[in-house]
Design a protein around this ligand. Structure first.
Ligand code: PEP
Ligand code: MN
Length: 362
């Protein structure tokens, strides 16, 4: 690893940007020039082998794009990084002058692939960034770190890009902040970057997620940018222009002078993110509870029963109060909470009872 890269590796915050995919020579060069111009980017990224969910999607330019990246590096002086998924990629990337390689989320899940990469990296001096696996499995992420460490690579960084889950959530990949924080605890001093692009899957949440990662004391960002985001050949929804990225980076607060120590901040943020997560879970549970109440409403309708069944409500109340007090919650709180839940349930049931088109329900 050359001296320049060595110094860069220690730089904080470290900002990596570039398109999701290298598409054309002009797009790579133009992106690199415009990123260079904003003066805040330390490294240029571009995917050239793209792991796509479905066949027929754009799978990357492959080896020919390496010369475009090299040209961008010569012109701007920015080191370049690409994603590798097998030994052949490593070989081509290294021959093509790539400075840093990164391992994508779809590769980190597979120990065979990681071992193949580790074997191909034996005796090589190149920094490796390891994205978290798609699924929230911390051991798998650690396993990848250990395999790459065993190959003799010393410059290893982690990239948090969120975790996939079934169904619609506001994120493309849920951040589950406690996982990268735990990685930080297990590998103190190992670079930890946030990839807000793949966490968000959209542009409007990038700022919030980036700021959050900074508040959690991450070491920098890998964030996608494109000269014409709407027409990007992959991940169009989440990419921003270099100029927009500049504004976004300007809006981030890296550390306030009046703030407590980074350790305190990061502990507080972690606790807050856990509170947010519990609140989200509570909201989902409330929603499930209301759906159950609606099903009961339908049943009552079909059987011509009244909505309010005082005896049943009394049972619910007594049972919940007993349990809540055992759990250390005050009686007053739980009665107020149950009243609110009850009112909301009655409202949902009333709606169901008064809707005429519900008779198809099983
Ligand atoms: C990417 O960085 O474009 C990419 C494919 O990321 P991930 O492996 O996080 O999905
Ligand atoms: Mn992408």
């Amino acid at each position: 690893m050359n001296e320049h890269l060595h110094i860069l590796w220690e730089k904080r915050p470290l900002i990596i940007s570039g398109p999701c995919s290298a598409e054309t020579e002009n797009q790579v060069l133009e992106t690199a020039r415009r990123l260079k111009r904003i003066g805040k980017i330390d490294m240029l990224r571009a995917g050239i082998w793209k792991p796509r969910t479905k066949p027929g999607m754009f799978e990357g330019i492959g080896e020919p794009a390496l010369s475009w990246l090299s040209a961008a590096k010569v012109e701007t002086g920015l080191p370049i990084t690409v994603e590798v998924a097998n030994a052949r990629h490593v070989d081509m990337a290294l021959k093509g002058g790539v400075d840093v390689i990164w391992i994508g989320a779809r590769t980190t899940v597979n120990p065979f692939s990681i071992q193949e990469l580790a074997d191909s990296l034996r005796g090589v001096d190149v920094p490796v960034l390891i994205k978290n696996p798609l699924n929230p499995d911390l051991e798998l992420w650690c396993g990848a770190v250990e395999r790459i460490l065993q190959s003799g690579i010393r410059q290893i960084g982690l990239i948090h890009r969120g975790f996939s889950s079934y169904g619609n959530t506001e994120y493309r990949n849920a951040p589950m902040w406690q996982l990268p924080i735990e990685m930080k605890r297990r590998y103190p001093g190992m670079m930890l970057l946030c990839d807000p692009s793949h966490i968000c899957g959209n542009r409007h949440m990038l700022q919030g997620v980036s700021q959050k990662s900074i508040d959690l004391d991450f070491d920098g960002l890998m964030i996608e940018s494109h000269i014409d985001p709407d027409h990007a050949w992959s991940d169009a929804k989440q990419q921003v222009t270099p100029e927009r990225l500049n504004e976004l980076l300007d809006s981030l607060v890296w550390r306030s002078e009046t703030a407590p120590s980074p350790e305190t901040m990061s502990h507080l943020s972690l606790l807050r993110s856990q509170i947010d997560q519990v609140d989200d879970e509570l909201l989902e549970l409330f929603s499930r509870r209301m759906k159950l109440a609606e099903d009961i409403g339908l049943y009552k309708k079909e059987n011509n029963m009244t909505i309010l069944q005082a005896k049943r409500w009394n049972e619910i109340l007594q049972r919940a109060i007993g349990k809540a007090v055992q759990l250390g919650l005050s009686r007053e709180f739980i009665v107020r909470y149950l009243d609110a839940v009850h009112m909301e349930s009655i409202q949902h049931q009333t709606q169901v009872m008064n809707t005429t088109e519900q008779t198809e329900h099983p």
